[in-house]
Design a protein around this ligand. Sequence first.
Ligand SMILES: Cc1cc2nc3c(=O)[nH]c(=O)nc-3n(C[C@H](O)[C@H](O)[C@H](O)COP(=O)(O)OP(=O)(O)OC[C@H]3O[C@@H](n4cnc5c(N)ncnc54)[C@H](O)[C@@H]3O)c2cc1C
Length: 320
Amino acid sequence: MEKVKIVIVGAGPAGIATAIEAKANKIEPVVVLEKAEHICNTIVKFYKPGKRVDANYREKDIRSIGICSFETETKEEFLQRIENWIKEWDLDIRLNSEVTEIKKKNESYEIFVKDRPEYLSEFVVIAIGIFGKPNKPSYLIPKELEGKVFFEPPLEIPEGKKILVVGGGNTAAEVTYYLCDKNEVYLSYRRPQFFRINEVNLKNLEEKEKQGKLKLLMATDIEKIEPFNGKIKVYFKGGKEDIYDLIYYCLGGTTPESFLRRIGIEFDEKGKPLIDEYFETNLPKVFLAGDIAFKQGSIMKAFNSAHIIIKRIKEKYLST
Ligand SMILES: Cc1cc2nc3c(=O)[nH]c(=O)nc-3n(C[C@H](O)[C@H](O)[C@H](O)COP(=O)(O)OP(=O)(O)OC[C@H]3O[C@@H](n4cnc5c(N)ncnc54)[C@H](O)[C@@H]3O)c2cc1C
C-alpha cells in the first residue's frame, strides 16, 4: 500500500482546492483520487457548453478566504483555470480511481480503490459532491418492480425470500453472504470466475456454497427482467429463465449518503452528515469538503471549505 499524508476523494473544485491548500502548507504527500476519466466530473457532465459559471452562485457577495478564487466566467474558461492550477501546483491526481471503502487501521486510514486497499493515509478529505448514483444495468427495470429490485445493499436483512444478487465484486459477495442464512440466494456474475474479490469474501462464498446455502451462477448474463405474479421473472442470455422475490444489483457506484454511512460517518436526525465547524466528521482526521458538507453548495463555498480544513489540520494535528 502507498503511504501518504492526505488522500482527497474527488477531483471537483473542493478536492482540487484542498490539494492546493495542502501543498501550500507543505502537508504532503497528497493524492487526489477521482472516479471519472477527467477532473471536475459534475461541471464537465452537467454544465452546458458556454455556461456562465457564477462566482456569486445562490449567495451574494461570497468571497474567497483561501488560495482559490475566480471571477464569473464560462465553463470552458473555468475548467482551463483549474487545469492551469493543477500544473502550477503540480497536483498528483489519479483518474479512474473510484474510492469504494475507507477503513481505520491503527492511526491511519486504509483507502480502497475499486475494492482493493491501495493507500494508507493519516488524513482523508472526502469531496465527492452530491451527484453519485449506483450503477444500473443497461436493460429497463419495469416500474412495477419498485420495492423488489434494489441498487444498494439492504440495510435490513429480509427473510424467507428467493433472492438474486447480481455482480462480481466484494459488495456482491458480502451481500450474498449476509442474505444466505435466512433466504434462498443466487449470485449471478457474468464472468466464469471471480477476479476482483478479496480472499476472505471468496472463502466465505465457497464455504456457504458447499453447505448448500447459496448457488453461484457463474458466466450468466441477464437479458431482461419482468413482473410475474407479484414476483420477478429473469431472462438469462442463452434461454434460461427463473423467478425471484427480490433482486439486489451490486454493480458499483453509490449515493454519497450510502457511501458515508458505510464508512461509519454519523448523520443527524435531518439526514445531514455530522461535522463540526471545521468540517471534521465523527471519524477523527476525516473531513468533508464542498457540496457534500453543505445544504446548498457552490464553487466558492467549496474553495473556502478546503481552506478551513487544511488550516484546521495544521493547527489541531500538526503544530508542535
Ligand atoms: C447545472 C449546475 C449549474 C451550477 N452552476 C454553478 C455556478 O454557476 N456557480 C457555482 O458556484 N456553482 C454552480 N453549481 C454548483 C457547483 O457545481 C458545485 O457546488 C460544485 O461543483 C461542488 O464542488 P465539489 O468539488 O464539492 O463536488 P463536485 O463538483 O460534484 O465534484 C465531486 C467529484 O468527486 C468525484 N467522485 C465522486 N465519488 C467519488 C468516489 N467514490 N471516488 C472518487 N471520486 C469520486 C466526482 O466524479 C467528481 O469529479 C452548479 C451545479 C449544477 C449541477
